[in-house]
Write a protein that binds this ligand. Structure first.
Ligand code: URP
Ligand code: ZN
Ligand code: ZN
Ligand code: ZN
Length: 460
């Protein structure tokens, strides 16, 4: 019998803190050895000379097959996780929604049954709580955490969808999460201001995609960011702000972090790449997501925080819709299903930023893999280290790649990333030692992905 199942030779290993030349030995899906020279006694030997060897990314913010905006987001659990594998993402977090009367574990079990059949990479779910069901949810959280479901989401918007929670519900969930070592993720925008502007613009006949942005400008997001941060500081309860897009809210988070509040911040590649000017384009509706992409000042602040360590994670908010669905809102921005695709672009985009010298490769790894694994309790994920899952991406720094819908693996007929040129690209992805992507082609099998049972945060 061979000593290893897989040996990766001659590569440069990147961790969140280091870069060094080493060989890797993989056995039974785990990284079993890291050394200067490992004998090629393995069923498969991969020569990574001249290439970087990275931990697989965790995309901790996706919406697969999600009923929303009068339709269902176009990527299934199969096509979404297939695209993930091809972009170097080896763990995907989804956001199933609990409705009134439903239990957390019921909602997760329903999705888990589908994911076990379809997932091409490992998976976990943050459960969106929309109703406390007379306190039953607060009770149930303890069991959910024991089963490895350690994060929950609150929407401070989406009133008409029935997803929005009150500040009271948010506070109760935050306090309970604190007690259990769980995390509360928050989508922060102010619903009343959005409604006020939306009504006004529609009355005035201002219906283009630009008015999606104008009805949810920077200060509308900032108010809700600050409100959530305020609760976190005063309740001393963990808060993970998803898809941070505005400068003022970000600054409030940074200040709270500096004061020791347990606040964590996520942003998304679309906020780092584009500005609100995209909403003036003829195809502006394709960029409609919530919160909307903001102005240059916010983008600059986000990049500053990416560079100096104030942002903790980058994830995609992957939520694609087909062109015909985006077209429903040609003449009325309120009819555009909110969301864009990005699951396959996350790691290549952040690694391109590293390749061009904007950030280090270690920082790209920290943002896309190590920090998300730590924040959400994925103990087996997030680094190249002995004992971790062998979720490994081989990255060719010299490979030029232009993003096009034709080369993506999502089930969506367009991408906001069309034409984006990247210097450097993943050439191989291993999921627990198995090849799931090689040189532009998906090589995995639906059902390969496994549920990631997560650990609670350490209680103070
Ligand atoms: O526009 C978006 N982001 N759609 C998905 C739902 C959400 O708010 O994250
Ligand atoms: Zn439901
Ligand atoms: Zn959201
Ligand atoms: Zn989202």
């Amino acid at each position: 019998m061979k000593k290893f199942d897989l040996v990766i030779k001659n590569g440069t290993v990147v961790t969140a803190s280091d870069m060094f030349s080493a060989d890797l030995g993989v056995k039974d899906g785990k990284i079993a050895a890291i050394a200067e020279n490992i004998e090629a006694d393995a069923d498969e030997v991969f020569d990574a000379a001249g290439k970087l060897v990275l931990p697989g990314a965790l995309d901790v913010h996706t919406h697969l097959a999600m009923p929303f905006g009068g339709t269902i987001s176009s990527d299934s659990y199969l096509s979404g996780t297939r695209a993930a594998a091809c972009g170097g993402v080896t763990t995907v977090f989804d956001y199933p929604v609990q409705h009134t009367g439903e239990t957390i574990r019921g909602v997760i079990a329903e999705k888990k049954a589908v994911l076990e059949k379809e997932a091409c990479v490992d998976f976990a779910s943050h459960c969106c709580i929309t109703d406390l069901s007379d306190g039953a949810i607060i009770e149930e959280m303890e069991e959910a955490v024991k089963e490895g479901i350690t994060s929950f989401k609150c929407f401070l918007v989406y009133k008409k969808e029935g997803w929005m929670v009150s500040d009271g519900t948010l506070a109760k969930l935050m306090l309970r999460a604190k007690e259990l070592g769980a995390m509360i993720n928050v989508h922060a925008e102010n619903p009343d201001l959005i409604d006020m502007y939306t009504e006004q613009f529609l009355k005035e006949g201002k219906t283009s995609a630009w008015y999606h942005y104008m009805s949810r400008p920077e200060f509308v997001e900032a108010e809700a960011d600050k409100r959530a941060v305020h609760w976190s500081r005063h309740l001393d309860a963990p808060l993970y702000l998803v898809h941070m897009a505005d400068k003022e809210g970000l600054e409030a988070c940074i200040q709270a972090k500096e004061e020791g509040a347990p606040v964590f911040v996520e942003t998304c590649p679309q906020y780092l790449e584009f500005t609100c000017d995209v909403y003036k384009r003829e195809d502006g509706r394709n960029f409609v997501c919530s919160p909307p992409i903001k102005g240059q000042e916010s983008q600059d602040a986000l990049w500053k925080a990416i560079k100096n360590g104030s942002i903790d994670t980058v994830a995609t908010d992957h939520c694609p819709f087909q062109s015909y669905e985006k077209d429903w809102g040609r003449d009325d921005f309120t009819k555009i299903p909110n969301g864009c695709s990005g699951i396959e672009n996350l790691y290549p985009y952040m690694l391109d930023a590293a390749n061009s010298g904007k950030i280090s490769f270690s920082r790209a790894v920290e943002l896309c893999s190590t920090n998300p694994a730590k924040i959400f309790g994925c103990d087996q994920k997030g680094s190249i280290a002995v004992g971790k899952d062998a979720d490994i991406v081989i990255y060719d720094k010299d490979k030029d790649f232009t993003i096009s819908v034709d080369t993506m693996h999502s089930d969506c007929d367009h991408t906001i990333w069309e034409g984006k040129k990247l210097h450097g690209y993943p050439v191989r992805t291993f999921l627990r030692g198995n090849v799931v992507y090689a040189d532009g082609e998906f090589k995995g099998t639906p059902g390969m992905g496994r549920f990631v049972k997560r650990s609670p945060r350490k209680l103070k």
